[in-house]
Design a protein around this ligand. Sequence first.
Ligand code: GAR
Length: 216
Amino acid sequence: MSTDKKIVVLISGNGSNLQALIDQSGEQRYRVSGVVCNRPSAFGLQRAARAGIPSAIVEHGAFPDRAAFDATLLAAVDRFQADFIVLAGFMRILGAAFIRAKPGAILNIHPSLLPKYPGMNTHRRVLAAGDSEHGVSIHFVNEELDGGPIIARSRITVGEEDSEESLAGRLHRLEYHLYPQVVGWLAAGRLQLRENAVYFDNAKLPATGIEHPAPT
Ligand code: GAR
């Protein structure tokens, strides 16, 4: 019987990161035991079905407040009995009760070089600021929006010709490379969150995490 750690992936849309996580699960030695989504029409649900992975839908609009949504979301996640929760384009903010229930066990991927540009429209903001670099970050989730301790980042150079669309596409390539790798580290017990700092192979990481090379 496989002893690989199990992850549950939370999505809201296309789910291309979910696809990368599924595709690389064998190589990185974890198992996707379930997918939870807050939008019934999300294409990512079809990806899960195609891979034979069970899914659950928890529609945020159906709940009177965040606490009620969070409680149902947590119950849905727990049904998949996963070791870790991996947010992959999940576009709802998790409440404190949810986050406190899973200390050191929730990861998020964000399309910016955190701590720059938490929140939405990161590509637009990078272009508006005239930044020469952009990138993706993976971090442990805490109660601050996109503000949890950073595990790893990967970067690209922004070109004159770049648009929001081209940046989104270029960053996706980084994401598909980086996220399964980091989840593999977590599943192998190589990553820990201790007193708001990230440890990799028992060594404390700098606040900006591991600098991960872009795929060639
Ligand atoms: C990804 O680029 C991810 O970084 C971003 O949403 C996209 C989801 O794409 N996440 C956030 O903006 C979270 N704040 P996908 O559904 O194709 O994986």
